[in-house]
Design a protein around this ligand. Sequence first.
Ligand code: ATP
Length: 521
Amino acid sequence: MDKPVFLETRSIVKRFNEVTAVNNISMKIYRGEIRGLIGENGSGKSTISAMISGLLPKTEGDMLVEGDPYAPKDPLDARAKKIAMIVQETGTIGQLSIAENIFLGDEGRFARNGIIDRKQMHQEAKKALALVDFGEVDVSLPALTLNFEQRKLIEIARALYYEPELFIVDETTTALSHDGRLLIHRLMRKLRDQNKAVLFISHDLPELMDVCDALTVMRDGDLITTIDRSEFEENHIKQSMVGRVIEGDYYRSDIRASRGEQVMIRVNGVHASLLRDIRFELYQGEILGIGGLSGSGMHEVGKIIYGELKPDRGEVIVYGEKTPGRASGGKNRVNAENGGPLFPHKVKNVQTAIANCVGYVSKDRDRETLIMEASIKENLVLSALGKLAKFGLILPGAEKKFARRQMEELNIKASGMNQRVGELSGGNKQKVSFGKWIGNDSKILILDSPTRGVDVGVKTTMYQLLYSLKQQGYAILIISEELPELIGMSDRILVMKNGKINKEFRRDENLNESMLIDYMI
Ligand SMILES: Nc1ncnc2c1ncn2[C@@H]1O[C@H](COP(=O)(O)OP(=O)(O)OP(=O)(O)O)[C@@H](O)[C@H]1O
């Protein structure tokens, strides 16, 4: 390789108490190269990039930038050395304006006699946003007025504004729509062609193989190998990731749609900010998929059903016990499978949804689903309290048993059930938010992008689990931008476009992605 080295790590180590997240890694990242980083959840990818970008101090070892010692104190210091990273979860602060978010920590550049020149700041913010083709927006609005994808674009604009020589993208594309992904790919290729270096972390192997010039594989904190583009071979990469052969495809194998008779959710002519006259039913024992572009309104549908967003018109009806409430211990739960009658309840808020056994995994797990300061155990048992309680008391033994089972089933990688969720790797957080709902007595699961950021091994487990839940009579709604996942798992798929349901497909072995895309755009 005759390209110049931009950054080098020498035997770098990161330990969190007894966990060695990164173990003696020596690697070189070259200019004019897009380097991919892949590995199972918890293999150390985010930790190494966090050390490079100044988010975490190293425990041992050295780093060099263009041959000079490099030990960033914080991300601003790294940025001054021309290294910038965009992270897996949202890195914007909702209460601050869009412009303030872009120049966070560097407001001083607009200070005149101690006063911030807002006009100039706003002008520069617009320049930064133009780098990511953001379109017209009032940059004085708080960031919380933007959706997830737009907030990601703000972060990317912030990183690019400072003209990084090394641009690190940590598992960002899975959170983006198809167009958002293509934009990031374009930006990465442009930087590479300008002889800058790019480090790209993703779980999407086809995407990595498409975009990267070389791929470094990590496993359990070790660097396993670096493979050049000319030697990319999917099965070989997968094997080096997991250390064993992965075979078969992971979706359900039956090709016929099936479902029970009982309606569990009825969405009745819902209008909301983006949504126009949404109507559909979700049945017992059915996996219903919703696909579309991220601005199609599909994520709002999940929030409406869970009672987190209120419709302007129309209603959501959930079918449950005559007197809903989880305090009954779940014994008399939604009992359609026993032939018992179910009763319609209008979803007024999150409490009605939960009381009627609706579980919801949000796309934005950090903001909406998990409590970062609480332990894995506490997060897992939170929604299962009714089930675990006896005479109104929670038995600690029951809690532990429940948490242990969920951790085993989903292979949650952590030092133990008492570890704070905030300390987990991104994919392991996703497993916790998934485990939180499936282990309790929710019979209706609303899953928004459930496998985002999750590695192949765990995806397999999640899909198997979903299929077995379907067979047990659960009603499951999967909202996803991953079309193969929708096609592979759903009995029916609703395709949304511009806030409306544009098309309905039944499960069919001839269904393919382009048939869905035709109705999405
Ligand atoms: N702040 C922390 N405190 C304790 N342990 C941590 C902390 N941050 C990460 N870890 C642990 O370090 C290991 C590596 O995590 P890391 O986030 O680097 O993995 P990853 O490869 O990026 O995973 P993913 O694909 O799920 O994002 C994990 O076991 C994780 O639990």
